[in-house]
Unconditional design. Structure first.
Length: 391
C-alpha cells in the first residue's frame, strides 16, 4: 500500500484548530505527517494558510525540541525544549486526534546552539577551524546525545516512526548565516573542507593505522595550492579530481570509510535503544545526487540493514533526474521496500506541477511505496493542491 505524508513544522500548526488541520491534510490524499521533533536555526518564508498564526517570515529557535523532553536522558549535551508551550503541544494534539500516522522528524547533529556552547565537540577541518553548526559524530558525547535524543523522542509520543536527519557530518556548504566566499565551490573543494580532523577523529584513525596528521597535511597542501591558483575547476574537473584522490590516496578512502562505519554504528545503537514497533528511518544525505551520501558519512546499504530503511530527498529539477537517482539508489540498497522518497512539489525542484506526477509514478514503478512531500508551511496553495491530484 502506498503511504503519503507531509513534512510539517510545529509553528505552522500551533494555535490552529487541530481537527481543521488534519482535515486539510486528509483532503490532499495524505495519511501522515512528518513533524519536526527537533530542529535547527533557519529563515523561512511561508505563504498564507487558513487559520495561520503569525507572519510571513519565521526564524526557528535554534536547536529546539518540539515536545516535552525527559531531561534525565541527557548527559554532556542537554535538551532544550522550545520556549513556546504551544509549539511543544502540537505533537500531542495530533496524536490525540489519531487520524494521521505520526513520524518524528528528528535533527541530530546539525545544531549551532550546542556547537556554540561546546566548541570542543564540533567538526574541525584540516586547519583546526571549528564548524559550530556541525557536531562531530565521532565525539563520544555527541554520539551519546544522538542516542539519548532518539530514545527520548521515541518514548515521548506514540510515533509510528522516527526519521533521523544529520546523523553524520554536515557538508561544508550548508547555508550557514551569511555563508560567503569569492571562490566557487565544487565537490572536490567542499569534500576537502568538510573532512573532520578533531581529536576524536584522529584517535579513531590511529586505532585503524591511519595517519590522520599526515592526511590532514596533504589536505591542507592540496587546498591551499588550489586557493592560491587563479583557477576555478569546472564540475566535471572537480569530480575527476575527487575520484582520483580517493583512488590514489588509500588513507583518504579509509578515513571516509571510518566515518561511514561510525554513522552506521550510531543508527544501529539507536535501533537497539527504541522499541521494536517504532520504525526507524534515516535521511542519509543532503547531497545531490544521492550516491554522494558518503560525503556525510552515510553508507546507504549498511544503513538499510541496521534500521528499517532510508528516506531519500529526491530534490531534483525534473522527473527524469528524480527517476535516474531512484534507479541508482535502489540499486545500491538492493531492496526498494527499504527506500522512502521525499519530493518537493515547489521551487527549486518540481515547481512545474507537470513534473510531479511523472516523478511520483516513476519512483512507484521502481517499487518505492512510501512518499513524503516537503514542506506544508512553505508550499504555495497551488503546489499543495497538486498533491491531491496524485494517483
Amino acid at each position: 500500500m502506498t503511504t503519503r505524508s507531509l513534512y510539517t513544522y510545529s509553528w505552522d500548526v500551533a494555535g490552529r484548530n487541530t481537527v481543521a488541520f488534519v482535515d486539510e491534510v486528509l483532503a490532499l490524499g495524505l495519511n501522515g505527517v512528518k513533524l519536526a521533533a527537533s530542529y535547527h536555526a533557519g529563515k523561512f518564508i511561508r505563504p498564507p494558510r487558513a487559520g495561520q498564526v503569525g507572519g510571513r517570515v519565521v526564524f526557528p529557535e535554534d536547536g529546539a525540541l518540539y515536545y516535552e523532553p525527559s531531561h534525565s536522558h541527557y548527559g554532556t549535551l542537554p535538551a532544550y525544549p522550545h520556549s513556546d508551550p504551544a509549539q511543544r503541544r502540537v505533537a500531542y494534539d495530533l496524536a490525540d486526534d489519531g487520524r494521521l500516522a505520526l513520524s518524528a522528524w528528528t535533527i541530530l547533529f546539525h545544531n549551532s546552539r550546542l556547537g556554540a556552547e561546546h566548541p570542543e565537540l564540533v567538526t574541525r577541518n584540516a586547519w583546526g577551524d571549528g564548524y559550530l553548526y556541525a557536531l562531530c559524530t565521532m565525539q563520544p558525547a555527541v554520539f551519546d546525545y544522538g542516542v539519548a535524543l532518539a530514545a527520548d523522542v521515541a518514548q515521548a509520543l506514540p510515533w509510528q516512526s522516527l526519521t533521523l536527519e544529520s546523523p553524520g557530518w554536515a557538508p561544508y556548504g550548508h547555508g550557514y548565516h551569511h555563508e560567503f566566499a569569492q571562490v566557487r565551490g565544487n565537490v572536490w573543494l567542499d569534500t576537502m573542507l568538510g573532512l573532520c580532523f578533531c581529536d576524536a577523529c584522529k584517535v579513531t584513525a590511529r586505532a585503524r593505522a591511519i595517519d590522520a596528521d599526515a592526511l590532514a597535511a596533504r589536505v591542507r597542501n592540496r587546498v591551499d595550492g588550489y586557493l592560491a591558483a587563479h583557477v576555478d575547476a569546472a564540475p566535471d574537473q572537480a569530480g575527476a579530481w575527487l575520484a582520483a584522490d580517493l583512488f590514489e590516496d588509500l588513507e583518504l578512502a579509509a578515513y571516509i570509510r571510518m566515518r561511514q562505519e561510525r554513522v552506521t554504528e550510531l543508527v544501529h545503537t539507536i535501533r537497539q535503544a527504541i522499541k521494536p514497533e517504532t520504525a526507524l528511518y534515516v535521511i542519509p544525505t543532503v547531497q545531490r545526487p544521492t550516491a554522494q551520501t558518503w560525503l556525510e558519512g552515510s553508507d546507504l546499504a549498511a544503513l538499510a540493514k541496521v534500521c528499517d530503511g532510508v528516506e531519500v530527498p529526491f530534490y531534483e529539477p525534473n522527473a527524469e533526474r528524480v527517476i535516474a537517482d531512484g534507479v541508482d539508489t535502489v540499486r545500491r540498497i538492493g531492496d526498494a521496500s527499504k527506500v522512502r522518497a521525499i519530493l518537493r512539489p515547489g521551487v527549486p525542484d518540481l515547481g512545474d506541477g507537470a513534473q510531479l506526477q511523472p516523478a511520483y509514478e516513476g519512483l512507484k514503478a521502481l517499487g518505492i511505496q512510501a512518499f513524503s512531500f516537503y514542506n506544508y508551511g512553505m508550499l504555495r496553495p497551488t503546489a499543495l493542491a497538486t498533491l491531491a491530484a496524485l494517483r
